[in-house]
Design a protein around this ligand. Structure first.
Ligand SMILES: Cc1cc2nc3c(=O)[nH]c(=O)nc-3n(C[C@H](O)[C@H](O)[C@H](O)COP(=O)(O)O)c2cc1C
Length: 211
């Protein structure tokens, strides 16, 4: 864990071992976004969730440590997720962690997708594996997902200028999503799906005639 658990930007990495390129990669995005927008930040990985994760069938099966990580992820204003690529996908325990989360708990939350892998072959893992998972949650998945290979890191730190540039694009998208959420909250515009669904239909359409 890097910081407080009431953070507004939270990173979650599916690495099984430390030191981890993926955790560092996730933390890079978390710190950039937090620094730029003056947000409190925290990054967690599977180790932080602790030993109760593997056998947990429900959130209540996690101990306090694991529960705090899960609550931080669910409570984040912006979420950065990342996983090392294992057999062409995210790690099994990464998925298991998200399996414990209520299907509606991440609805509308801006989520920045990242992944690392040994080479280029599975670079679309972010699109074909991570994106559908967070689409299931009806999260606001940012358009630019970022993947880096082992050789894009030097001593565990991102060293590729090209990946850094691509990352800037997603950091900008996170800023836009954050601003729009805050604007909506301030204006009581409330674009959350629940509120929209609660509005009468006529309030959502342009009442002027088409002619
Ligand atoms: C069990 C296992 C399976 C892996 N499968 C893949 C894979 O399918 N594709 C790939 O590109 N890299 C694969 N890798 C390499 C890791 O994804 C890569 O080294 C990653 O950056 C490690 O991240 P970490 O430093 O956070 O642990 C695999 C590594 C392990 C240990």
């Amino acid at each position: 864990m890097t910081a407080m658990t009431n953070a507004t930007i939270v990173g979650f990495s599916g690495n099984l071992a430390r030191p981890s390129k993926t955790r560092g990669f996730v933390e890079h995005f978390v710190n950039e976004i937090a620094g730029y927008h003056g947000l409190a930040a925290a990054t967690f990985d599977l180790d932080d969730v602790g030993p109760t994760l593997g056998a947990a069938r429900w959130t209540r099966d996690l101990d306090d440590t694991g529960r705090k990580v899960l609550d931080a992820v669910v409570g984040a204003e912006v979420l950065v997720v990342g996983s090392p690529t294992y057999k062409g996908s995210y790690t099994g325990l990464f998925k298991h962690f998200f399996d414990l989360i209520d299907p509606s708990a991440l609805r509308g939350k801006p989520v920045l997708l990242t992944a690392t892998g040994g080479g280029e072959r599975h670079a679309l893992m972010v699109e074909h594996q991570l994106r559908p998972l967070f689409a299931f949650f009806e999260a606001l998945v940012l358009p630019t997902a970022v993947y880096a290979r082992d050789k894009d890191f030097r001593d565990g730190v991102l060293a590729s200028e090209a990946i850094r540039k691509r990352g800037e694009q997603s950091i900008e998208e996170a800023g836009l999503a954050l601003a729009s959420r805050r604007h909506a909250a301030a204006e009581d515009f409330a674009p959350s799906p629940t509120t929209i669904a609660d509005r009468p239909l006529l309030a959502r359409v342009d009442p002027s005639p088409l002619v």
